[in-house]
Design a protein around this ligand. Structure first.
Ligand code: NCD
Length: 308
C-alpha cells in the first residue's frame, strides 16, 4: 500500500528508525560500488515550485540508484504560468501516468492538499514554513553515523526558527528519538506560539548552546521575512553567528550542522563551516539515501535492499 510522507510530526518512532535503517543499508550497498539497488521501479515526478539545489539533485540521485524513471517539473516553465490551478496540474500529471510525486511548494500544506487529487504517494520536499521531512531524516542519519545514538543528546536549533521548515522537522525527529531540543534566536525570528513545538526557547545564544552536543544553525530566510524583523544583518551576525568563539559554550566535541544554502559570514563563519566539527557535507550526501528509503517506503515496497 502506498502512503504519503508529509511531516515528521505524524510519524511513529518505529517508522523513523525503520527509515533510517533502510537508508543506512542503501548507503552501504551503493558505497560498496553498486550502481543500483534491486527494488520495484516506478515513474516519479519531481515537482519543484520553489528553487532547490540539494533537495532536487538528491532526489534525482536517489531515483537513479533505485532505477526509477523520473521527470522534472517546475511551475515556471509549465501551464501554471498560464494560470492552470494546482488541482488541474496534479490531475494532468496523474493521467500522464506518473505513479508518485516529490513536491516542494512555497505554501504550507500544499503536498497534503495534493494528496486529494493524486492517486499515488506524495513526498514533501519542503512546504512553506511547515516541514521538510527528508532533510530531518538526513540530519538524523548524519548524527547517528557520528555518535551512534540521539537519545539524551542536547540539540540546539539556532537562528531563523520562525521561517524554517527544517527547524520544525528536525525538532520533531530529534524529540521523537529522545533528544532535548532547544530553539535559540531573536524574539522576532521565533514563532509566536512555541508551545506547539517540542523544545524550550532561548533568546541568548550562549545560554542556548551551553553544553549542546549538536548546534544546528539555520539560514536567515529573507525571502519569507517581512521588513523590520531584524535591525541589521551585521547585528544578527554579532549576536547569533556560530563561530569558534560561540562554540566554546557548547560541548567540547559538539557537531555543527547547517541544511544549506549557507550565508557565510552571517549565521556561520568560514572557519566553522569548513572545520572539523562541521557535518555539512555529510548532511548533503545522506539526503540521497534517506530519499531512497522514503521513496521505497512511500511506494509500499518495503524490505531490505538486495543487490541489482
Ligand atoms: C532548506 C529549505 O529549502 O528548506 N534547504 C534545503 O532543502 N537543504 C533550507 C533553507 O532554504 O534555508
Amino acid at each position: 500500500m502506498s502512503r504519503n510522507l508529509v511531516a515528521i510530526r505524524h510519524l511513529e518512532e518505529k517508522t523513523i528508525t525503520d527509515l533510517l535503517g533502510m537508508a543506512a543499508s542503501y548507503k552501504e550497498v551503493i558505497d560498496s560500488g553498486e550502481r543500483k539497488v534491486d527494488v520495484p521501479t516506478h515513474s516519479l515526478g519531481l515537482l519543484f515550485f520553489e528553487n532547490s539545489t540539494r533537495t532536487r539533485v538528491s532526489f534525482e540521485m536517489a531515483a537513479n540508484y533505485l532505477g526509477y524513471d523520473f521527470v522534472n517539473f517546475s511551475g515556471s516553465g509549465s501551464s501554471m504560468s498560464k494560470g492552470e490551478s494546482l488541482k488541474d496540474t496534479l490531475l494532468t500529471l496523474r493521467y500522464e501516468r506518473l505513479e508518485g510525486l516529490v513536491m516542494r511548494h512555497r505554501s504550507s500544506g500544499a503536498p497534503a492538499l495534493a494528496g486529494q487529487y493524486f492517486d499515488g504517494p506524495i513526498i514533501n520536499a519542503g512546504d512553506g514554513q511547515h516541514e521538510h521531512p527528508t532533510q530531518a531524516l538526513g540530519d538524523a542519519l548524519t548524527i547517528l553515523e557520528r555518535r551512534g545514538d540521539i537519545q539524551g543528546m542536547k540539540i540546539a536549533i539556532v537562528g531563523d526558527v520562525q521561517h524554517s521548515r527544517v527547524a520544525r522537522s528536525n525538532a520533531w525527529i530529534m524529540h521523537k528519538l529522545g533528544a532535548e531540543v532547544r530553539f535559540v534566536g531573536p524574539r522576532t525570528l521565533m514563532p509566536s506560539n512555541t508551545s506547539m513545538m517540542p523544545g524550550s526557547v532561548y533568546y541568548d545564544l550562549l545560554s542556548g548552546i551551553e553544553g549542546a552536543d549538536v548546534v544546528m544553525t539555520l539560514r536567515l530566510q529573507k525571502e519569507r521575512m517581512t521588513d523590520g524583523l531584524l535591525s541589521s544583518i551585521g547585528e544578527y551576525a554579532r549576536l547569533y553567528q556560530i563561530n569558534e568563539r560561540a562554540l566554546k559554550a557548547a560541548a567540547k566535541d559538539a557537531l555543527v550542522m547547517h541544511p544549506g544554502p549557507l550565508n557565510r559570514g552571517v549565521e556561520i563563519d568560514d572557519e566553522v563551516a569548513d572545520g572539523p566539527r562541521s557535518c555539512i557535507t555529510d548532511q548533503i550526501t545522506n539526503r540521497i539515501f534517506v530519499n531512497m528509503a522514503s521513496l521505497v517506503w512511500a511506494f509500499g515496497d518495503g524490505g531490505k535492499p538486495k543487490l541489482a
